[in-house]
Design a protein around this ligand. Structure first.
Ligand code: SPD
Length: 356
């Protein structure tokens, strides 16, 4: 009987200890935001060593997931199956997400590193006062090409892409705004044009380019162009920089009609569970040494002024990737509204179907 009582007592003590530990852990999660952080970023867009460094410095385990378009990212956040603590939308998507109440306001007192960002990239129309977003990388959309495979063409104009000598030689990044924007730009229209006649003209002009288009691809475009599977690519500047690193026969140009100036930005979705950890992560990425390491690894342009000073001169002075922003026609994508963004996607899809 005594033995039975002792067993009951032991079970009671263990159960109480387990309950107390669970309660203590939950309470401390409430205070510290827990021990994991789910980050949702573009593919190939961070030096993995930085994730390890962040985990070691903070004891927070990072769960890292990737997307390949703003549209895919926003759909997943709205669906809500997985919750994300940090995401990295482009500017027009930040505008859309904040207006649709999908983002949490940032606590700037927890982001002292924000002062390292070049004021040129702060307080922009898509997020006045940077209430919801902090710049991560920026760049342009342009033409990367291999002169050995393109003859005399130098791609001063977007219209050079329609040259019949380029049959089956061009690859496109898989982005509706990028490709329709390029076609609009080639006719001297804005990348934010919403005039239906202009949009239909852009689609018709793109359809005429079909014989020259070998493929429309995602992140693998870098490997394909570096391996000379195609002569020309319409790509984001950072991808061009990586391609040129792998194969220095290629170069990158911005056509004279102008192009898109974009930025990707760190935000905290409204459904985030680890808000404290999310601020820590954003501030970690704002550290000049971390931002410089990331820019050097990924190949994209950093908006972090202090990080710029730590980059090798050959990178920070390369005007292909750090162009003088006042010397050419560069347009930021605007949030064109749900209906018009869907229309851009439909037109792009129509072009892709026509291509097949
Ligand atoms: N491989 C990472 C690509 C990230 C590019 N983001 C560009 C968005 C332009 N709207």
């Amino acid at each position: 009987m005594k033995q039975l009582a002792q067993t009951f007592l032991a079970i009671f003590v263990i159960a109480f200890a387990l309950m107390y530990t669970a309660h203590y852990m939950n309470a401390s999660e409430g205070l510290t935001g827990g021990n994991t952080l789910t980050v949702y970023n573009w593919g190939d867009y961070i030096d993995p060593e930085l994730i390890t460094k962040f985990e070691e410095e903070t004891g927070i385990k990072v769960i890292y997931q990737t997307f390949d378009s703003n549209e895919a990212m926003m759909t997943k956040i709205v669906q809500g199956g997985t919750t994300f603590d940090v995401a990295v939308p482009s500017e027009y998507a930040v505008d859309k997400m904040r207006k649709e109440n999908l983002l949490l306001p940032l606590d700037h007192s927890k982001l002292p590193g924000i002062s390292n960002i070049n004021p040129r990239f702060m307080n922009l129309a898509f997020d006045p006062g940077n209430q919801y977003s902090v710049p991560y990388f920026w760049g342009t959309v342009g033409i990367v090409y291999n002169p050995e495979l393109t003859g005399n063409l130098t791609f001063k104009s977007w219209n050079d892409l329609w040259d019949p000598s380029l049959k089956n030689k061009i690859m496109f990044v898989d982005g509706a705004r990028e490709i329709l924007g390029m076609s609009l730009n080639s006719m001297n229209y804005s990348v934010n044009d919403t005039n239906e006649e202009h949009l239909q003209a852009a689609l018709a002009k793109l359809q005429k380019l079909t014989p020259n288009v070998k493929a429309i691809v995602g992140d693998e475009i870098k490997m394909l162009l570096a391996n000379e599977e195609a002569a020309v690519g319409i790509v984001w500047s950072g991808d061009a920089s990586e391609i040129i690193d792998a194969n220095d026969k290629l170069t990158y140009v911005l056509p004279e009609e102008g192009t898109n100036l974009w930025s990707d930005n760190m935000v905290i979705p409204k459904t985030a569970k680890n808000i404290e950890g999310a601020h820590k992560f954003i501030n970690f990425m704002l550290d000049p040494a971390n931002a410089a390491q990331n820019a050097e690894y990924v190949g994209y342009s950093t908006p972090n002024e202090k990080a710029m000073k730590l980059l090798p001169e050959e990178i920070s002075s390369d005007e292909r990737f750090y162009p003088d922003l006042n010397s050419m026609k560069l347009e930021v994508y605007e949030n064109l509204g749900k209906k018009m963004l869907a229309h851009y996607n439909e037109l792009f899809l129509e072009f892709k179907m026509h291509k097949k």
